[in-house]
Structures are given as structure tokens and as C-alpha cells.
Write a protein that binds this ligand. Structure first.
Ligand code: GDP
Ligand code: ZN
Length: 462
């Protein structure tokens, strides 16, 4: 993406491949309107191409005069557009063949094919959005739950930027004070009051950064979600539970023990958290060699899981094999789930004998009893100890987290240097470092290759 944004015009198909009601080609750059005029025959011959108005007509191949599609077009004059450049949208019939033909004409008329994310990159480079907002666009497209979409929308509206900006201003003020002290050493300019500067750093820099950093766990949770394993002996109801959680029959349910060998992965939404469920079909501790491979795989899955549902058959009582299996999973956060309560008439099933077990739920996977309670318990385990996440507006991603950490370290170094009365040069360096880290988050000093990595995550036409 090394073209000059001032003079090139880009175009791409902005709707997904396949057939649809309409398909949209987007054009951005100074030649947008010229390209539109060269291809479009408006029904209204007096068409004046007012900004942000839809016009009906036909797109024609200028060489042959052949009609390529019947369309609605809109010209949007800079700067009130997605990219802050002149933008044209061609609303065509949603056929990939038609869109391909139209795109070819547009490129022939002078546009360059846009890279993935290039429209959003222009919006960023032209200052319409900061980098956290551009990333929010990716998050909106990739969100797995409604909650994920909501969080991304908040970030798109600038919530993260508005938390970081006051911190940067405070740092800039601090740096100005220090620079005066450096520039006029002879004049005996002293930083008036070290303890006041330390307090200012504590309140206006360290505390807000710590708070933002604490929200990174929340960002990870709602973006990436967790992985949960359903573990249990054959026939306790793992596949049934998976099906019930998915509310549709996907896994193979079978009355014969140990017939599902492979594991199955599915995604469900628990209070907005994307939960990837793995059914460790056929896990069996003990000597059944047939399923040895399945057991190894199950162990691996358990080790990688964030949470284990340890399922037992409520009609059978806790067996030695259950206990052995429990020992395999108990190093993980575990919810013991007693299944088939519909058969055992609600009889209490005592799991107190399982060491260290903190959480137990009674359900019927088949009759869908207790499932809401199980979901609540899963959510409770997932956010355990982090309930304050809900009050925070921001959900920094991994890139933000790394930069926030570095900024925080630099700020703490400044405070130590101030306390020890060391040189102002050192303070100035660390203040600048802290500032740079924050500017990187919002995209003001972000390296070109980092930007490329971010914008490559977009799909074509965004
Ligand atoms: P898995 O081997 O652990 O995956 O167990 P399945 O889900 O295949 O279930 C084994 C058998 O138990 C099937 O016949 C299910 O219909 C039955 N089953 C599972 N859950 C329940 C339940 O809550 N109540 C009753 N009555 N039967 C269940
Ligand atoms: Zn199964």
C-alpha cells in the first residue's frame, strides 16, 4: 500500500461473494465522480450529481455502449464520507458476474483495485478515525456475539481514544515542565515541587493506565472467548449436553458407549462470551486400549481448555472410573455436572468426595432441565473475580495491552527517578517513551509495518 493517497482512486466490490439482492461497488478518491460520469447514464437527463443523493439509471460500457447493469448510484463529496475523500457507490444486482463486469469497467476508467482494508486505512490516514476505531471496524466484522458487537461499537465511537487522550495531555504538560528545567540549567529553574509532579503522574497517568490495562482481560474474553471441554465417561450424556447447549442436533448421539471417537467443536454464546465447546468423545480412563488415541487427544484438549464440565451419570452414582477421570481434570477450573436428573427424581448426588470441587450443577441434558443454571454457572466461573469488568467501558486488545504495559512501566520509572532526585534528562526520556507508547495505540506514531498487519485483517472492499 505505497500509493499516494492524495491522487489515486481505488475501487472494490464491497459486498460478499455469492448471489445477493444487491451488490455494491465502492470507489474512493479524486476521480470518483469522473469515473461515475463516464459509465453512468442517468434516467433523469438533467441529473446534477448532488452529493449524498441516489440516482437511478444504467451503467454502460463506454466503448460498446452495451448496458452492463441497471443501478442506483450515489456520489458523496469529500469530506463527509467514510474515507474523507470523494466516494461513489454503485448499487448493482447482487451477482458476482455482474459485479465483476462493473468493477472491470471502473478499473478501466482509471481506478486502482483497492487492497483489503484500504478504504478504512484511508479513513485513518485522512484523520477521520484513530487507529483504535479502525481496529473496532475489524472487531465489528469479526464479533462472535452481540455483546462483542456492542463492545466494538463503543470502541468505534471513540471510547478508547477518549480514555487515552487525557493521559497523553497530562504527559505532554509534564514534559513541558521538565524541558524548561533542562533547557535553562544555569537559570536555576527547578521543577517546583517534585511531590506534586509525582502525584500528578499517579492520578493522571498511572491510575488511568492501570484501569485500562485491567480491562484487557475483558477485551480478550469477549473477542476470543474461552474454550470449554465436556469430559465424562462414555454414555453419561456428553453429546446430549452438547446438543442441548447448541439447541440443535449436531453431534452424534448414540446409546452405545464409546462410539464417538473424534472430538467435535462448536461455538455457543453464554452471556455474550463466545464459548467454544469441545466434546471429548470417548474419553475413558483405564485399560480400554481401543480408545487409547481418543484418550490422549482428550487429555490434550483438557490441558488447553479454560474450563472443564465434568459430567457424571446421576443414575449410576460416582464410580471409581469417574474418580480417576476427575483426577485428570481437577487441575483446571471444573464444574461438576450431574446429568439425567429426570431419571433419578432429583435425588441428591453427593460429590463432596471429589477433592477441591467448588462448583456443582444438576441437569438433565435430554429433558433440558437446569440448563439455564448451568449457563449461569459457566459465566460465573468465566468472569470469577473479574466482576468489575462489567463497569468498564473499554476492552483493549492485545496490541493495546502491550503498549499500555510499556507506557505504565515508563511512567513508573519517571516516578522513581523523581523520588530519587536524578537528572531531568532521564525523566524526559521516560516521559517521551510513555507518550510514544500511547500515541502508538491511537495510531499517531505507529510503524508502517504494524499498520499493514492491522489493515491486512480486513476483507476486500472494507
Ligand atoms: P456420551 O457418550 O457421554 O456422549 O453420552 P450420550 O449423549 O451419547 O448419551 C448416552 C445415552 O444417555 C443416550 O441414550 C442419551 O439419550 C441418554 N441421556 C443423555 N442425557 C440424558 C438425560 O439427561 N436423561 C436421560 N433420561 N437420558 C439421557
Ligand atoms: Zn458422545
Amino acid at each position: 500500500m505505497n500509493r499516494s493517497y492524495n491522487d489515486s482512486t481505488i475501487a472494490a466490490i464491497s459486498t460478499p461473494p455469492g448471489a445477493g439482492g444487491i451488490g455494491i461497488i465502492r470507489i474512493s478518491g479524486p476521480a470518483s465522480l469522473t469515473i461515475l460520469r463516464s459509465l453512468f447514464t442517468p434516467k433523469d437527463k438533467k441529473c446534477s450529481y448532488q452529493s449524498h443523493r441516489l440516482y437511478y439509471g444504467h451503467l454502460r460500457d463506454p466503448q460498446s455502449g452495451r448496458i452492463v447493469d441497471e443501478v442506483l448510484t450515489v456520489y458523496m463529496a469529500a469530506p463527509a464520507t467514510y474515507t474523507r475523500e470523494d466516494v461513489v457507490e454503485l448499487h448493482c444486482h447482487g451477482s458476482h458476474l455482474v459485479l465483476g463486469n462493473v468493477l472491470e469497467l471502473v478499473l478501466h476508467a482509471g481506478a486502482d483495485l483497492a487492497d483489503p482494508g484500504e478504504f478504512t486505512k484511508r479513513a485513518f490516514l485522512n484523520g477521520r478515525i484513530d487507529l483504535t476505531q479502525a481496529e473496532a471496524v475489524i472487531d465489528i466484522l469479526a464479533a462472535k456475539t452481540r455483546k462483542g458487537v456492542d463492545l466494538a461499537q463503543e470502541q468505534l465511537s471513540g471510547s478508547l481514544y477518549h480514555r487515552i487522550d487525557p493521559v497523553r495531555q497530562s504527559l505532554a504538560r509534564g514534559r513541558a515542565v521538565v524541558e524548561v528545567a533542562i533547557d535553562f540549567p544555569d537559570e536555576d529553574v527547578e521543577i517546583a515541587d517534585h511531590s506534586q509532579l509525582i502525584r500528578q503522574l499517579e492520578d493522571e497517568v498511572v491510575a488511568p493506565l492501570e484501569e485500562l490495562l485491567a480491562g484487557a482481560g475483558r477485551g480478550r474474553l469477549y473477542r476470543e472467548g474461552i474454550s470449554m471441554v465436556i469430559a465424562g465417561l462414555p454414555n453419561v450424556g456428553k453429546s446430549s449436553l452438547l446438543n442441548t447447549l447448541l439447541q440443535e442436533e449436531r453431534a452424534l448421539v448414540t446409546p452405545f458407549p464409546g462410539t464417538t471417537r473424534d472430538s467435535i467443536e462448536e461455538l455457543i454464546d453464554i452471556e455474550g462470551v463466545p464459548v467454544k465447546i469441545v466434546d471429548t468423545a470417548g474419553i475413558r480412563s483405564g485399560a480400554e486400549e481401543v480408545e487409547e488415541l481418543g484418550i490422549l487427544r482428550a487429555r490434550e484438549l483438557i490441558n488447553r481448555a479454560d474450563l472443564v464440565l465434568f459430567l457424571v451419570d446421576g443414575t449410576a452414582g460416582l464410580s471409581e472410573a469417574d474418580r480417576t477421570l476427575y483426577r485428570e481434570v481437577c487441575h483446571k477450573p471444573v464444574i461438576a455436572v450431574v446429568n439425567k436428573v429426570d431419571l433419578c427424581g432429583g435425588r441428591e448426588f453427593d460429590l463432596a468426595q471429589l477433592d477441591g470441587l467448588k462448583s456443582q450443577v444438576v441437569i438433565s441434558a435430554k429433558e433440558q432441565i437446569g440448563i439455564a443454571g448451568l449457563k449461569k454457572e459457566i459465566y460465573h466461573q468465566v468472569v470469577a473475580g473479574n466482576e468489575q469488568w462489567e463497569e468498564q467501558g473499554c476492552a483493549p486488545n492485545f496490541r493495546h495491552k502491550v503498549a499500555l504495559r510499556a507506557a505504565l512501566e515508563a511512567a513508573r520509572r519517571v516516578m522513581i527517578t523523581l523520588e530519587q532526585g536524578l537528572t531531568y534528562d532521564l525523566i524526559a526520556v521516560d516521559l517521551q517513551e510513555c507518550l510514544d507508547c500511547l500515541s502508538e495505540i491511537v495510531g499517531e506514531t505507529t510503524a508502517e509495518d504494524v499498520l499493514d498487519v492491522i489493515f491486512q485483517q480486513f476483507c476486500l472492499g472494507k
